[in-house]
Design a protein around this ligand. Sequence first.
Ligand SMILES: *Cc1c(COP(=O)(O)O)cnc(C)c1O
Length: 377
Amino acid sequence: MTSSSTPPPATTRPIAERHLFGPGPCNPYPEATLALASPLLGHLDPDFLAIMDETCDLLRYVWGTDNRRTLPLSATGSAGMEAAFVNTVEPGDVVVVAVNGLFGERMVDVAGRHGAQVVRVDHEWGRPVDVERVVAAHPSPKIIAAVHAETSTGVRSDIAALGAAKGDALLLVDAVTSIGGIELRADDWGIDIGYAGTQKCLGVAPGLAPFTISDRAFARRVEKPSSWYLDLGLLGGYVGEAAGAGKRTYHHTAPTAMVASLHAGLRRIADEGLEKVWDRHAEAGRLLQDGLEAMGLTLFAEEGSRLPELTTVRVPEGVDSAAVRGYLLERHNLEIGAGAGAFASSVWRIGLMGHNARPDRVALILAALEDALAHAT
Ligand SMILES: *Cc1c(COP(=O)(O)O)cnc(C)c1O
């Protein structure tokens, strides 16, 4: 300990280059990293506003939406979740939440904090959302909420089917780990409110929450939400609705460097082609999952619903999960994730997101894991 009147001694190490194969963040697209070193712009600079406008257009492209209210919120994915509920839930509103992992569980908590009467529909972890049970849970909910890609379990749920069955309810979807990695079509699937993050398959550092809301949902929003920062009505004057009009009102200082980085990452995805990017994730995930099974390991998520971008695999009997992860980090500069919740020490989570969704990364992981299993236990 030093006193506050003297500067602390420098004790941190130079930052090592890690392979980020956990549940996020992943190694960003090089274009997104380079953009962080661009000269900083003011948040009302016309050149910045052009970047912001184009970023919103690119976000519409990756969301698969024409929603004019599509914007990057200035906080991580969890703030997207908070914004989704705080802008749509009045005390007493019925919200049906499909819970099949940690993030569905968190939705229950957040919706409840905003006064929702939450009807939770629980599923076994590792399985996709059961659409029939979810829509049968309440006759007239205001909102039905679900996680598209459960990062805690590596499971994909069928949002298109949920959208087709939602009736008059608003469909609220967590797309944090699906956007930019697997098929996502907000408008075709009937998503009314969606939030995401930058550090998963979009391949950008953490810090922003891509958000979209339909006119239908916006018309049913809370007039004066209890959050000032995340009030979509106020934010609309700064991005989205005011786009191109040249009449922006200051709400908060947009993190301009992060927006420029997101812009570069999205541009990269658009240049490659979104469907090609989905295919690249699909191929990498398949190679990894086949490789893990060939090593004799057992995958955790239900077959047929496995995410390519986030693979869950069981820790073999007698193997110390944390020791293996520590060895991988120390010897191979390679990070993988522990399991979530009750599976913290019995499952590993391996992400192949964004720039990391490539066959050569798969080979690296498999070789490193083989080495770790031979030496770390
Ligand atoms: C990572 C994640 C979040 C939370 O995002 P943060 O950026 O960590 O705040 C929410 N939902 C899912 C499905 C996630 O994977």
